[in-house]
Design a protein around this ligand. Structure first.
Ligand code: PMV
Length: 347
């Protein structure tokens, strides 16, 4: 009996304009549009193989060698959409194997700590959707597939593109216009680099979904953020990327990270993702930029204490040298790594 399979990798993406807040929890529709940079596959990525066979008894997912449940409504939403698209193809061409009726075996492996605020769910769901779409030979483009990945984890929709990516929130109730689009390919700004400072690889305290729900319900500042701040910042950040204007891009990135953590702190009870080491990194980057007289490095933090620092390759020695000097000895420091941005590639 044949086993059909396809393998892909999907990289982590790090938002420079954060998604925080859902207007529809089931469909993962956001309360604001967001922008991200996709990191290199070499450093942070999920490798997923999806297989289908008439001999498989049930759908199975192995994550980093461990059998995990596929029962979550989010995973089921992705599998359901993909099977539906495949069965539409099968109904148009009866020579096609009825893969949509076979059980799936999905084997996924991350090369970085899972759920430590390093966007593992983004790479994970992007790889899952992409691998099954490849197995099923679906003709849908990345933006179309991004609507499926979005149902798994909102930020996953952005990991289907390399380079600079926007997730347009859309306004339809069914989510058909809430999708990822390319802002610029990685070749557009090849000298932009990212350093990941792994302050802690513990699992995060407040998962993003419950954190977002709490913020939407209880923070007053949140309304100001989504109405007055993000819409304009979205256009400005896109422009700064198109102009390769690091000074502007860096300032907007840092302001948006701070704004996101401010609405977390304004939630009631407050949500804390940054720790003392994170705060020291923030101070150090501001000090560095002040000394240089311009922004040469920009930090951003997701739902965890780990920092991502963006900088131009020309300033690598200065930025990483300084970070190394200060944080080498700090308690809680585990490792620093740099990753060059890259294109999304299929293995
Ligand atoms: O997609 P989720 O549910 O993991 O949420 C991601 C939230 C942030 O990482 C904090 C921001 C973002 O836009 O990626």
């Amino acid at each position: 009996m044949s086993v059909y399979s396809a393998s892909v990798t999907a990289p982590v993406n790090i938002a420079t304009l954060k998604y925080w807040g859902k207007r529809d929890k089931e469909l993962n529709l956001p309360t604001n549009s967001s922008i991200s940079v996709t990191l290199s596959q070499k450093d942070l990525r999920t490798l997923t193989t999806a297989s289908a066979s008439s001999t498989f008894k049930q759908d199975e997912l192995y994550l980093n060698g461990k059998l995990e449940s596929l029962e979550s409504a989010r995973t089921q939403a992705c599998l359901g959409d993909l099977r539906k698209l495949r069965s539409e193809l099968e109904s148009q061409d009866d020579k096609l194997e009825k893969l949509s009726q076979f059980k799936l075996r999905i084997v996924s492996e991350n090369n970085f700590p899972t759920a430590a605020g390093l966007a593992s769910s983004a790479a994970g769901f992007a790889a899952l959707v992409y691998a099954i779409a490849k197995l099923y030979e679906l003709p849908q483009d990345m933006s179309e597939l991004s609507k499926i990945a979005r149902k798994g984890s909102g930020s996953a929709c952005r990991s289907l593109f390399g380079g600079f990516v926007a997730w347009e929130m859309g306004d339809l109730e069914n989510g058909q216009d809430s999708k990822a689009v390319e802002v610029a390919p990685v070749e557009h700004w090849p000298t932009l680099k990212a350093a990941i400072l792994v302050v802690s690889d513990d699992k995060k305290d407040t998962p993003s979904t419950s954190g977002m729900q709490a913020t939407v319900k209880t923070s007053d500042l949140f309304q100001h953020r989504i109405k007055e701040v993000v819409p304009q910042r979205f256009d400005e950040m896109k422009q700064s990327i198109l102009n390769k204007d690091f000074n502007k891009f860096g300032e907007l990135t840092m302001r948006d990270s701070n704004s996101f953590h401010a609405v977390c702190l304004d939630s009631y009870p407050p949500i804390f993702y940054l720790n003392d080491t994170s705060k020291k990194i923030i101070k150090l980057i501001h000090k560095l930029n002040e000394t240089e007289g311009e922004i040469i490095a920009a930090y951003t933090f997701d739902a965890g204490p780990n920092a991502v620092i963006y900088y131009d390759e020309a300033n690598e020695a200065k930025v990483l040298g300084l970070i190394h000097t200060y944080f080498n000895q700090v308690d809680g420091w585990s490792k620093a790594d740099t990753s060059k941005l890259s294109k999304l590639e299929i293995e």
